[in-house]
Design a protein around this ligand. Structure first.
Ligand code: AMP
Ligand code: MN
Ligand code: MN
Ligand code: MN
Length: 280
């Protein structure tokens, strides 16, 4: 059998991706991906459409979600993303958690709009919402700020307005990591610590996070991502081995661009156990 290409983390229009679930599956096929998980932020509403297209295209779709959580381990509150894979999308526990997260997201989105209004940028909530077809995320606010010419790109929007500590930042009381893991398990899925090197923490703090995650019965960690340096992948692979975590792979693709692509350079080192060994 030819080599299988996995991509277990990407986004559709159900959250802040720009491709519809159908388009995302079609692009995955073009890029040679045969096993795809769509992990929208706190949402699984894209999965049915994606599944229908995956059947047409003959690739395997794994149920996915990226849950926004809070880690209190570093003294303060830290936003950490937990990916759920291969769970029952009709699970009552998962449905209840995502409903609660959606409500937090809505309230936060409205508050971000109010903050921007005070900063002299009116109607931002309506503007961001108009750019979203699912959950309203900070990425939609960033795109709105670009659209009205307040900033020239998304990075600038986060730097000036939307990142933690910036004037339009609003903290949300996302679920804690242990609860997110528990709910993913209740739904029969696997819990994965997403993009461990993208939290803007020192390596020793990240290691503490990985330790907590493993202690709370987390299953896996994203070892291979797009645009990593080889030594970064080796470092996360060593943590996976040390804490007995399965290894996942994900591009975190949001939109077509020069540097991130579905299925691109996601090879796992030999010393780790791939998470797909545990797929049902
Ligand atoms: P939210 O889940 O609503 O807080 O939005 C977070 C999303 O915004 C992330 O998943 C990224 O897609 C995007 N994002 C976060 N930080 C940045 C950044 N500095 N530049 C561009 N996009 C970002
Ligand atoms: Mn995103
Ligand atoms: Mn993330
Ligand atoms: Mn993501």
């Amino acid at each position: 059998m030819s080599e299988r290409i996995y991509d277990l983390h990407c986004h559709s229009t159900a959250s802040d991706g720009v491709l519809s679930p159908t388009e995302l599956v079609q692009r995955a096929v073009e890029k040679g991906v045969n096993v795809l998980a769509i992990c929208d932020h706190d949402s699984i509403v894209g999965l049915d459409e994606a599944r229908a297209e995956s059947h047409k295209q003959g690739i395997q779709l794994i149920n996915g979600v990226e849950i926004s959580t809070i880690w209190t381990g570093q003294g303060g509150n830290r936003g950490v993303h937990i990916v759920g894979l291969d769970f029952d999308q009709n699970s009552l526990e998962m449905t209840a958690l995502l409903a609660q997260q959606a409500e937090l997201r809505l309230q936060r989105a409205i508050q971000i709009g109010e903050k921007l209004e005070l900063l002299g940028i009116p109607d931002a909530y309506q503007g961001a919402k108009a750019l979203a077809s699912g959950e309203v995320t900070r990425a939609h606010y960033a795109r709105f700020l670009v659209q009205i010419g307040k900033v020239s790109n998304d990075t600038q929007a986060f730097k000036r307005y939307l990142s933690a500590g910036k004037p339009a930042y609003v903290k949300a009381d996302w679920v804690d990591i242990a609860t997110a893991i528990k709910v993913i398990h209740q739904a029969g899925g696997l819990a994965v610590l997403a993009h461990p090197l993208r939290y803007n923490m020192t390596n020793s703090w990240i290691k503490k996070l990985v330790m907590d995650f493993a202690q709370w019965q987390g299953d896996g960690i994203e070892v291979a991502g797009c645009g990593q340096l080889p030594n970064q992948r080796q470092l996360v692979a060593r943590w996976a081995v040390e804490y007995n975590l399965l290894a996942s792979v994900g591009s975190d693709f949001h939109f077509p661009c020069a540097w991130i692509e579905l299925g691109k350079s996601l090879t796992l080192p030999d010393n780790v156990m791939p998470i797909w060994a545990k797929f049902a």
